[in-house]
Design a protein around this ligand. Structure first.
Ligand code: G3P
Length: 222
């Protein structure tokens, strides 16, 4: 399973890139809005996207904000021209799917976002989306079952051999990452704090402490 980082924060992306484990980035207008105008950060969102593409050698999702298909297509072309890593995020609406069809015919990769039902994912795949992003956390927040949605989408894509990849998004905790991996989802896009939590286990720390103490005792002079 590929791990993407779900952020537009350049410091987090720089640090995550240094681990050598992160294969892509997802952003959205809310994540970008948090970063623009920060001291030392680029002022234009195109510059942020370009810098992210420089830092990570993999797909970088940048989202359109237009609502009608022709405007989405125009905007998507501009986003795709920023860097070859850019994948254009398109919201799961009827207009969005019209745009996905046109962009897919032009060879522009798309990530259909805000997916909350298996039939939405089916339509996105039929339109030619490269990726779909089911938002598992937001479903769980409303006492639904986000991972059940992922399982259904994977089953549908497998039934018909759709090449569309599933990006498990709106990840809240390591258990979402575990369940995504158990289901065989191609990708999980994970916030920085949750990525950090994946490394940690108290028994690893305790074990290491024990090894160090034993080694020092054995090597103490006299
Ligand atoms: O990748 C989509 C993600 O950014 C949405 O996450 O936490 O706003 O539900 P969240």
């Amino acid at each position: 399973m590929k791990l993407f980082i779900d952020t537009a924060n350049l410091e987090e992306i720089r640090e995550a890139a240094s681990w050598g484990l992160i294969e892509g980035v997802t952003t959205n207008p809310s994540l970008l809005a948090k970063e623009l105008g920060k001291a030392g950060a680029p002022v234009r969102f195109e510059e942020v996207i370009h810098e992210i593409c420089r830092l990570i050698d993999g797909p970088v999702s940048a989202e359109v904000t237009s609502e009608q298909a022709p405007a989405m297509v125009e905007e998507a072309r501009r986003l795709a021209a920023i860097h070859e890593h850019v994948v254009v995020k398109i919201p799961m609406t009827l207009e969005g799917l019209k745009a996905v069809g046109r962009l897919s015919a032009e060879g522009i990769r798309t990530n259909v976002t805000l997916v909350f039902s298996p039939t939405q994912a089916l339509l996105a795949a039929k339109a030619g989306a490269s990726y779909v992003s089911p938002f598992v956390g937001r479903i769980d927040d409303r006492s639904g079952d986000g991972m059940e949605l992922v399982a259904q989408i994977l089953q549908i894509f497998d039934n018909y051999g759709f090449p569309t990849e599933v990006i498990v998004a709106s990840v809240r905790h390591p258990r979402h990452v575990l369940e995504a991996a158990l289901l065989g989802a191609e990708i999980a896009t994970v916030p920085y704090a949750v990525l950090r939590a994946l490394f940690a286990h108290p028994l690893t720390d305790l074990g290491l402490e024990g090894f160090r103490a034993d080694w020092e005792r054995a090597n103490r002079p006299g």
